[in-house]
Ligand binder design. Structure first.
Ligand code: SF4
Length: 237
């Protein structure tokens, strides 16, 4: 009798696991399709579903993408796009004084002499890289600008500062995970055009536009290269 009950239990358990597995596969497939639609056609459908999958099944979603022949990087790309769209309206109402800008220190010029302190890199705007331009313009507008080497610094910034909005620059993965961690704030992210540990690149015009700089002025401010190693080009912005 007991054996029968255990057998029945395992049978039901197996059926539940099977159905849950099928539902999970459907969820991941739908999220991937909707995410691609967002990236390729700029159409956002069921943002809450996308965020749910991203936040709860992040690792699994990456493995699933790879298993169906899609580069796992798409998961972070989708995450950044969804969070940008979902936060956009609220973010635009937040004043610069209530917003922080977080830039990665890998954008700095290879010859950068700025010192690293507890709040991050202390950029002196030597005119060698894009960080100086963004920091100067940002502070002029009332933003607090941080240039940080990693997520430990981000935690300290959150602890020590009061703010409502965040403009972040990072590679897709760091940006998505950072925006996930800061989900109680209104975040806008700009992904790096070229990532890595040093000599990275960002579309500075996109950052300036997130800051609310008008397109014409953003074009004038944006350097041609965010991290030129050519001495002739230094100071060209
Ligand atoms: S502008 Fe760039 S290279 Fe110059 S101090 Fe600032 S971060 Fe360093």
């Amino acid at each position: 009798m007991i054996n029968m009950t255990i057998a029945e239990f395992y049978q039901i358990f197996g059926q539940v696991v099977f159905v849950a597995g099928i539902l999970l596969l459907v969820l991941l497939s739908v999220t991937l399709i909707l995410g691609r639609m967002l990236i390729e056609k700029d159409r956002l459908i069921f943002p809450k579903l996308l965020l749910f999958t991203m936040d709860v099944f992040y690792g699994l979603f990456k493995k699933f993408s790879e298993s169906v022949g899609v580069d796992a990087k798409i998961v972070d790309h989708i995450g950044v796009e969804v969070r940008n769209k979902v936060n956009e309206k609220v973010f635009q109402k937040i004043q610069p004084k209530d917003t922080i800008i977080v830039l990665p220190h890998c954008l700095r010029h290879l010859d950068c002499e700025a010192k690293l302190e507890t709040s991050g890199l202390v950029c002196e705007n030597c005119n060698r890289c894009v960080i100086g331009v963004l920091k100067t313009k940002g502070e002029e507008m009332g933003y607090k600008v941080f240039i940080i080497p990693g997520s430990t610094f981000l935690k300290k910034i959150v602890e020590k500062n009061k703010f409502k909005g965040v403009i972040g620059v990072a590679c897709f993965q760091d940006l998505n995970l950072g925006m996930m961690e800061l989900s109680k704030f209104s975040c806008q992210g700009v992904p790096l055009l070229r990532d890595g540990c040093v000599n990275t690149k960002v579309d500075s015009r996109a950052v300036l536009e997130k800051m609310g700089v008008k397109l014409k002025e953003a074009k004038k401010l944006a350097p041609k290269s965010s991290c030129s190693t050519d001495p002739d080009k230094r100071g060209s912005f």
